[in-house]
Design a protein around this ligand. Sequence first.
Ligand SMILES: Nc1nc2c(c(=O)[nH]1)N=C([C@H](O)[C@H](O)COP(=O)(O)OP(=O)(O)OP(=O)(O)O)CN2
Ligand SMILES: [Zn+2]
Length: 120
Amino acid sequence: MMHEISQRFFFDAAHTLRREIEAEGSRRVHGHTYHAEVAVRGEPTAHNGMVMDLGYVRREVNLLREKLDHHFLDDVPGLGIPTLENLCTFIWNELKPRIPGLAAVTVERHAIGDRCVYRP
Ligand SMILES: Nc1nc2c(c(=O)[nH]1)N=C([C@H](O)[C@H](O)COP(=O)(O)OP(=O)(O)OP(=O)(O)O)CN2
Ligand SMILES: [Zn+2]
């Protein structure tokens, strides 16, 4: 039977964004607290009852988090334009080789209710 486990984390980061609406504030350097979640699918093994030890997921997430937390997202190599979509893809690309059962990445800005889910 398939199970899905998940790990939440957050990071604070600055960015700029060129937009066609609400352009003025987005173009200036400003910051957000981003809330993210990674989900891992699999079958619990008979020997430990886990899909994967969440401590392992946390360790990988913490390594990834160092690349985003308190960074200027416009300058993060491999991220591209710092949208929620590209943050999901970036986190996916960073974690997928380390967490083979990775199933989804979610990034949200709670303050304004924006959310993106990447589930290829
Ligand atoms: N499809 C997407 N649309 C938008 C994205 C996105 O990542 N994907 N991002 C934005 C803006 O970054 C977002 O709306 C925040 O706007 P911003 O000017 O950065 O901040 P606000 O002042 O609106 O919100 P605060 O968090 O209160 O500062 C838009 N669309
Ligand atoms: Zn913004």
